[in-house]
Ligand binder design. Structure first.
Ligand code: ZN
Length: 388
């Protein structure tokens, strides 16, 4: 089973994890031993020992909420859900923000608290050695690279955040993998079933959201491994002072190594009008995941990897209607046309309207399912506008 709760919480908010569980015992004794393992594998010393604290469930939950709440930006989360629905990325009936938040709070069993250098365990649950090592790598990252300053969850685009978390989580996941399934180490679990198992989230996140949330772990691990192979552990350490800025750099570490970020074409800034309700840059990985909803994975990958830049803005209109405008920039006119064709196919499929002709520079559809849709291409730019 995929450790989705771990991914959700850690992927979006940083340095938190969950595990599966056994009977209470002093599992903190093992943390000193596992700290040595983490330090050796990661090639960094602990500047100070991590405090391990085991809390009863109610206190644990309170501490966890206190850790997470300041980072939750509910209006942003709601706007993001609105955008995903307008684009047909998630079903319109999904209670997006509540479902995401519920996932944070329902399945977490341990987390690392940067400000206090604390490793907090939920009493009555078990945590496996590789997972503990993963968290201890976050403690090392925090001591050496000051994680808290690294990512501003509120200010950065989702593309930039996914890229930053890919380095942070990819590094910890790569070390976790090297622990070797925990077989050589004493588990922090005694293996017993427990009565106090943390409840899984009641609402099921769609697969495409699961994929976005798993990105920092899966693509991040590949990214870190490539950087490590190319320049050793010092190259990984240096990356924490020069984070990848887009999911494109994480998906193509060779571009990151060549400093491709500087070569990318960028869209000009939008004309100064009223600031939108919400704005974002979605990036290559989102576009790939979006296209995969309706197209073969291979085609989605090939289209998305020609991405250069995008800007998305959400506006609130009278009568409680919303408009999303999404400008995208591609490597070439041909790449833009491929994206436009793939997008039209996807939108027709998701919103059940007849296929549109990709040869036309501008396409427009009005239907109850989608609202008013405009897709237009000018050179290497494609702009999508949906009002509903
Ligand atoms: Zn993590």
């Amino acid at each position: 089973m995929r450790a989705i709760s771990h991914r959700i919480v850690a992927g979006i908010l940083g340095i938190v994890l969950s595990c599966t569980c056994g009977e209470a015992q002093n599992r903190c004794d093992s943390v000193a031993e596992l700290s040595k393992v983490a330090s050796e594998l990661r090639g960094l010393p602990f500047n100070s020992a991590v405090n391990c604290v085991e809390l009863p469930p109610a206190e644990f939950d309170a501490a966890f909420r206190a850790r997470i709440n300041p980072q939750i930006d509910l209006p942003k989360l709601q706007a993001e859900g609105r955008v995903y629905k307008l684009l047909g990325f998630v079903p319109s009936e999904l209670d997006y923000s509540n479902c995401i938040l519920e996932s944070y709070f329902s399945e977490t069993e341990a987390f690392f608290r940067e400000d206090w250098n604390d490793f907090i365990l939920r009493r009555g649950t078990a945590i496996h050695a590789p997972t503990a090592v993963h968290e201890l790598v976050h403690a090392l990252q925090n001591q050496h690279f000051h994680l808290k300053q690294a990512a501003n969850v509120r200010a950065e685009s989702s593309d930039a955040l996914l890229a930053k978390f890919a380095l942070i989580e990819g590094d910890a996941t790569e070390i976790e993998r090297r622990v070797g399934g925990g077989k050589a180490l004493s588990d922090l679990s005694n293996g017993d079933a427990n009565e106090d198992e943390v409840q899984p989230a009641a609402c099921q996140l769609p697969e495409q959201l699961d994929q976005l949330l798993a990105f920092p772990y899966e693509a991040g691990e590949r990214f870190v491994r490539t950087i490590w192979e190319a320049g050793g552990v010092s190259a990984v350490n240096r990356a924490f002072a020069d984070f990848p800025t887009t999911t494109a750099e994480v998906l193509h570490p060779e571009w990151y190594l060549k400093g491709r970020a500087q070569d990318r074409f960028l869209l000009p800034n939008p004309k100064k009008t009223q600031p939108p309700l919400f704005s974002d840059r979605m990036g290559e990985f989102f576009i790939r995941t979006y296209l995969e909803l309706f197209l073969p994975a291979r085609q989605a990958v090939q289209v998305a990897e020609k991405w250069q830049d995008d800007q998305l803005a959400l506006e609130l209109l009278p009568e409680n209607r919303y408009r999303v405008q999404w400008r995208t920039l591609w490597e070439s006119e041909a790449a833009a046309k491929s994206f436009k064709g793939a997008l039209l196919e996807l939108l027709a499929g998701r919103f059940h309207f007849p296929a549109l002709n990709n040869a036309a520079a501008t396409c427009q559809v009005e239907a109850e399912s989608v609202g008013v849709l405009h897709v237009s291409q000018a050179g290497s730019q494609v702009t999508i506008q949906i009002t509903r």
